[in-house]
Design a protein around this ligand. Structure first.
Ligand code: SF4
Length: 199
C-alpha cells in the first residue's frame, strides 16, 4: 500500500478522542496526487452521519465558488479535503464546538508531507486560518479574506475563505466584493490547476 493510503487507513482507525459525543468517525479525503487542499473546520452532525465531507448546502455553495462538479470535488487525486478536526466535536452554546486541537497536532503535518503537489490551499474559517496563516492574518476574518490577493501571490498560494454555510448569507450580502472579485479569480485558478494538461 502506498504511504498516503497507509496514512489514511491509520487516521480512519483513530480513536484518540474519547469524549466525542457521537464517537470517532474521521471524515476526510486525500491522495498524494491532489492539487488543491480544502482546509475546513470539522464535520457537523449531518456530515458525521453521511460520512462524506461537504455533502450539504455548504458543499453545494463551495463547489459553485470553485466552478466544479461533485465528481471533481470528490476525486481525491484532484482535491484533498482535510479539515482541522476530522470528527464531529459536538455542540456548544453558539454552534458546533471547536475542532479537537489534538487532531491537527497528531495528523496534520504527516498529511501535508504526503501532499507534495498542492498548488492552492483553500483556508476556510478561523481555525484553518490560524494553522495555515499563523501571524499573517488581518485583524478579523473579513479583513483577511479582503486581503486575498496578497495570500495567493505567495510561493505557496493560499485563498482565505469564509465558511460557505447558508448561515453566512448576511456576510455575503454585506461583502459584495467577495462574489464579484474573489470568486471569479478563484474559479480561474481552480480551472487552470485542474486542466488535463496540468496532470
Ligand atoms: S478528532 Fe482526530 S484525533 Fe480525535 S479521534 Fe477523530 S481523527 Fe482521531
Amino acid at each position: 500500500m502506498q504511504s498516503d493510503q497507509q496514512l489514511l487507513k491509520e487516521i480512519r482507525a483513530c480513536t484518540i478522542c474519547q469524549d466525542l459525543p457521537l464517537g470517532p468517525n474521521p471524515i476526510l479525503q486525500f491522495s498524494s496526487k491532489a492539487k488543491i487542499l480544502v482546509a475546513g473546520q470539522a464535520p457537523g452532525q449531518i456530515t458525521h452521519h453521511k460520512g462524506k465531507p461537504f455533502d450539504d448546502a455548504s458543499g453545494d455553495r463551495l463547489r459553485d465558488w470553485l466552478g466544479i462538479d461533485r465528481d471533481t470535488f470528490y476525486d481525491p487525486e484532484k482535491l484533498a479535503v482535510v479539515p482541522m478536526g476530522f470528527c464531529y466535536p459536538g455542540k456548544g452554546k453558539s454552534g458546533d464546538l471547536a475542532p479537537k486541537a489534538i487532531c491537527a497536532e497528531t495528523w496534520r503535518k504527516k498529511i501535508l508531507r504526503e501532499l507534495p503537489d498542492i498548488e492552492l490551499t483553500l483556508v476556510i474559517g478561523k481555525y484553518a486560518m490560524d494553522w495555515h496563516l499563523p501571524n499573517r492574518q488581518e485583524r478579523n476574518l473579513t479583513e483577511t479574506v479582503k486581503n486575498w490577493r496578497h495570500y495567493i501571490e505567495q510561493d505557496t498560494p493560499v485563498m482565505p475563505l469564509p465558511h460557505p454555510s447558508p448561515r453566512n448569507n448576511i456576510w455575503l450580502k454585506k461583502n459584495p466584493w467577495f462574489e464579484e472579485q474573489l470568486i471569479p479569480e478563484l474559479k480561474n485558478l481552480v480551472t487552470a490547476l485542474l486542466a488535463p494538461d496540468k496532470e
